[in-house]
Design a protein around this ligand. Sequence first.
Ligand SMILES: NC(=O)c1ccc[n+]([C@@H]2O[C@H](COP(=O)([O-])OP(=O)(O)OC[C@H]3O[C@@H](n4cnc5c(N)ncnc54)[C@H](OP(=O)(O)O)[C@@H]3O)[C@@H](O)[C@H]2O)c1
Length: 283
Amino acid sequence: MTQPDRFLLMGVMGWPVLHSRSPMMHNYWIEQQGLAGTYVFLEIKPGELAPALRALHPLGFSGCNLTIPHKLDAMTIVDEVSDVAKKIGAISCIVVREDGSLFGTNNDWLGFLGNLKQQQPAWRADAGPAAVIGAGGGGRAVCYGLLQEGAPEIRLVNRTRDKAEAIAEEFGGPIKVLPWEERHGALEGVALAVNVTSQGMGGQPPLDLRLDHLPKTALATDIIYTPLETPFLAAARERGNPTVNGLGMLIHQGPAAWKLWFDIEPTVTNELRQIMERSIAGD
Ligand SMILES: NC(=O)c1ccc[n+]([C@@H]2O[C@H](COP(=O)([O-])OP(=O)(O)OC[C@H]3O[C@@H](n4cnc5c(N)ncnc54)[C@H](OP(=O)(O)O)[C@@H]3O)[C@@H](O)[C@H]2O)c1
């Protein structure tokens, strides 16, 4: 763990990376905590992840976050992988230890849960079945989080069924895989519906999902945050469902990273959320 009495260096590695809001968020916390330091964009090509990660220690970095396409590749590069990252199958956060060794873990699932709890304080994972649409890296983190939180049933639907089956097999617990064609009916009686596909993201078509089976009380949430309101969330809001967008999933994994890097937990403020929302709306 780095003591915050030195100039702090952190960053996000990705390719592309300039769309990332992580620097804006972490630099807000550096100022909030009254520390000297900076969080930078690290534009790292896919084949160059290993030398880039090994350079973190000599350059004086405390750690970094990983985004597309590095989350899987990092698993075979770092010196130690947390049990959570092994289970989810991806690393989102790296800690550079004093001796230069690298520890990789995954905080995406904490971000997902933290966002729902802050935005909908009455939400409980054990309130009823959850429908999770999608089974990529984000889907794995969401299923992991919901299971940790005591979800009684997860109806998992993915275009490529094998990926959903793999999650059900690896995670165990009450995950029921349904065929892609049954995604509309999978919403019957759920307390939570989550889009973890890339459908609805800027430049992508909307998620093809009819909401007529979704109970009006069910919480609809998306892990996409560009745009802030996806067509799926807009449709849910228009029919009266409570909704939570994906921005908070990014924000709420931040304090977990700070805890590991510096043993400090910065505060998620409304001001931070507003700054980030304004930035995304201005794109
Ligand atoms: N808020 C956050 O902090 C956060 C964190 C992680 C990810 N995200 C966002 O979540 C989204 C998914 O990310 P990811 O990392 O999980 O990506 P990923 O691993 O590439 O998975 C993509 C998912 O989308 C599905 N999909 C893609 N095209 C589709 C189509 N035409 N029809 C139906 N399903 C389709 C894939 O299904 P197949 O398996 O059939 O290909 C898969 O389930 C991205 O928009 C990402 O930016 C947000």
